[in-house]
Design a protein around this ligand. Structure first.
Ligand SMILES: O=C(O)CCC(=O)C(=O)O
Ligand SMILES: [Fe+2]
Length: 371
């Protein structure tokens, strides 16, 4: 007998369908919605400022209290449409592509290749065609990639070792196209589904950024639209306690997806999971405690902040579709109408621009321990 498809699976299939252009008719775009009509989306008033992280030497946020939104059917979910300066997004892209992919953080390619200490992205950006020797004889580490494929939590589409690239030496630029994930701080072990204790510290600057966001979303209030203030509290977690202990950076090309899953390994479920995106837009599905809850499709754009707080911290979610040709111009053509001196700060920006024009990067942070 054929098993009944869950509501989450049906939504994934619908939004994944590749025939024609993606149909965004029922996809919620909080940055254009009129939240005062009130049905599914509510505007929030942040009660605290987005404070400039002192660790970052550039203006990070465009305003102190950017607009923020929550969804009626997903209590605890907070979306802040791109609160960042263009400079902050460029910094984040560089952080995710260069700084964070280096050991001791791990990537999906590690079992197969000795990645260069200056980062795969940097090597791939050099004009010479650098090849990386394959080390796939290291049998003990083969399971690392295979296990994420088998795991219920991650779609094979984003992590499957495809083709011969995993058994041969390969040019760095080709390998960059196979970079799927990188784990930050306490390293997640896809086989045991636990964190390897005692692994590396979380990037200090990225933690500072996540901390500022955690503080700003502490106990946000609803904007009084229609007087019905009876939704559950959204985020009672005190953001000043938030420390990023672990995280994942996901790298999507425009055909990649991530299957529905719940992030439930962390001990500390009252702390929010904070997630930042840069590059292409995507359709993000936020569901409920089981796959039977009808998920809501959301459009996430470059720079958008999503925080899973309260009940939504344990909700099913996934990314069925990345939308081609949707990266903002200030990333892909940084000189177009942009006053800040990108060329001086990022002389090699051209390579980032090409990558961000064809990929989505998602970087998320979690607090693992109760303490
Ligand atoms: O790419 C995203 O927005 C979601 C990533 C995610 O859910 C995860 O890494 O657990
Ligand atoms: Fe997740």
């Amino acid at each position: 007998m054929q098993q009944q498809q869950t509501a989450f699976r049906r939504a994934e299939k619908k939004h994944k369908a590749r025939r024609g252009l993606p149909n965004l008719a029922d996809v919620i775009d909080v940055s254009t919605i009129d939240a005062s009509d009130g049905a599914a989306v509510r505007q929030l008033s942040l009660t605290r400022d987005m404070c400039q992280p002192s660790a970052l030497p550039f203006q990070t946020f465009c305003q102190d209290r950017p607009p923020a939104y929550t969804l009626r059917d997903h209590p605890g979910l907070i979306v802040i449409p791109n609160p960042f300066t263009a400079e902050a997004q460029r910094w984040l892209a560089r952080k995710c592509l260069c700084d964070c992919t280096r050991p001791p953080n791990r990537t999906n390619l590690d079992p197969f290749f000795d990645l260069p200490s200056q980062s795969l992205f940097a090597l791939a950006s050099l004009p010479s065609n650098n090849r990386l020797a394959n080390t796939s004889m290291r049998e003990e580490s083969q399971h690392l990639v295979a296990s994420r494929v088998q795991s219920d939590s991650i779609d094979a589409g984003i992590s499957r070792p495809k083709g011969r690239i995993y058994t041969q030496s390969a040019p760095a630029a080709d390998l960059l196209e196979h970079l799927r994930w990188c784990t930050l701080g306490q390293q997640y072990n896809w086989t045991t589904k636990e964190y390897d204790l005692g692994t590396s510290a979380f990037d200090r600057e990225l933690n500072a950024l996540m901390h500022s966001i955690a503080e700003a979303i502490s106990d946000p209030a609803y904007a009084a639209c229609d007087g019905s203030e009876d939704w559950p509290r959204i985020n009672s977690y005190d953001g000043s306690e938030f420390v990023s202990q672990a995280g994942i950076i996901n790298y999507y090309d425009d055909r990649a997806s991530m299957a529905g899953h719940v992030d439930k390994t962390e001990e500390s479920m009252d702390a929010p999971l904070i997630s930042l995106s840069v590059g292409l837009s995507c359709i993000y599905l936020i569901g409920g405690p089981t796959r039977d809850t009808e998920p809501t499709p959301l459009l996430l754009r470059s720079g958008d902040v999503l925080a899973m707080c309260g009940d939504s911290r344990l909700a099913f979610h996934g990314v069925p579709r990345v939308l081609p040709d949707t990266a903002p111009e200030y990333l892909t053509q940084p000189n177009a109408g942009d006053a800040d001196d990108v060329a001086a700060r990022y002389p090699e920006w051209h390579n980032f621009a090409v990558y961000l024009g064809t990929h989505r990067i998602n970087c998320n942070a979690r607090k693992c321990s109760q303490k």
